[in-house]
Design a binder for this molecule. Structure first.
Ligand code: AAT
Length: 291
């Protein structure tokens, strides 16, 4: 049977075109393991010979198993280590479970709500993305299949942290999560020392959206700070995240001791990265109007 083993196929080529269409990413895949057109988007899961499973929504790479830790750790731990005692956390998007897995590493978290618009992403993750979906059935977690923009409107003064793990503003239902109205409703859904954090795109191919997202978030929250991290299979490899906060400052109110005492394993995030990630290159300060 050896000759029937799956080898990487020269012709199974996956290509993603970045914004503008004149550049992109290719991966030579081993196999396509799942493909489905949901009411919201096309969901594909490929297996790559070195990067493991790759989740693709509407032709856009969401992560590979080899690098997802970079994105999920940066999106989750920067806000969760800024808040002194995060108990109620809302994740919008993130149906694969990667952000939830990171949130539930924090022992203070009592309730984690995942609001993912597309139930088929959750089903596909449970079947094929075992490393991401491990905590989807955790009793501390509840899952709602609803547009995050509608869900957040119904909650007031409730969450300690809101995390937006969404698709790009130009893809699927992602656009709902980049409006000023959505950010204001997140502000209202947060408690008085609450923290909001969103993925805010790459500053090279999608610089227009980086500026829009930062300006909208900073028009709603008294403290707003952008930070960056590497994410190797996202456009440009450099990714931005933006914190919006009511009271707490991610650098001044940061308690390193909690990170040093943290029991769970982390592979990207550490105390030096937390501080360094807020140091922005000049072009990014200019783009977001911060000097
Ligand atoms: N965890 C990393 C992968 C993602 S997936 C983002 C998820 O957000 C998708 O499952 C999508 O169905 C969900 N989503 C999109 N819009 C909404 C919405 N309005 N309400 C709730 N869920 C939504 C993120 C990748 C980052 C971007 C890569 N370029």
């Amino acid at each position: 049977m050896e000759d029937r083993e799956l080898r990487t196929l020269n012709h199974l080529m996956y290509m993603e075109y970045y914004t503008g269409g004149n550049a992109g990413l290719f991966m030579k895949m081993k196999q396509l393991v799942y493909s489905f057109q949901s009411p919201f988007q096309r969901i594909d899961i490929f297996e790559h010979p070195e990067f493991g499973m790759v989740l693709v929504l509407d032709g856009i790479t969401m992560f590979t198993e080899a690098d997802e830790f970079m994105y999920h750790e940066m999106l989750v731990h920067v806000p969760l280590f800024t808040h002194p005692n995060p108990k109620r956390v809302l994740i919008i998007g993130g149906g694969d479970g990667g952000s939830l897995r990171e949130v539930l590493k924090h022992p203070s978290v009592e309730e984690a709500i995942l609001c993912e618009v597309d139930p088929y992403v959750i089903d596909a993750a449970k079947l094929h993305l075992k490393e991401m979906s491990v905590e989807l059935d955790n009793p501390k977690a509840s899952i709602f299949n609803e547009n995050g923009a509608d869900f957040v409107r119904k909650n007031k003064d409730y969450f300690d942290v809101i995390i937006v793990d969404s698709t790009d503003p130009t893809a699927g239902e992602g656009g709902h999560l980049f409006t000023k109205e959505f950010y204001s409703n997140c502000y209202k859904a947060l408690r008085k020392d609450g923290i909001f954090c969103a993925e805010t795109e790459d500053p090279f191919y999608d610089k227009g959206w980086v500026a829009i997202a930062y300006n909208r978030i900073s028009s709603v929250f008294p403290i707003s700070k952008m930070y960056t991290g590497f994410m190797t299979t996202y456009p440009s490899g450099m990714w931005t995240y933006t914190i919006g906060s009511k009271e707490l400052d991610p650098l001044e109110d940061y308690d390193e001791e909690r990170v040093l005492d943290f029991g769970a394993p982390l592979r990207y995030y550490n105390t030096e990265i937390h501080r360094a990630s807020f140091a922005l290159p000049t072009f990014l300060k200019e783009l977001t109007g911060q000097f």
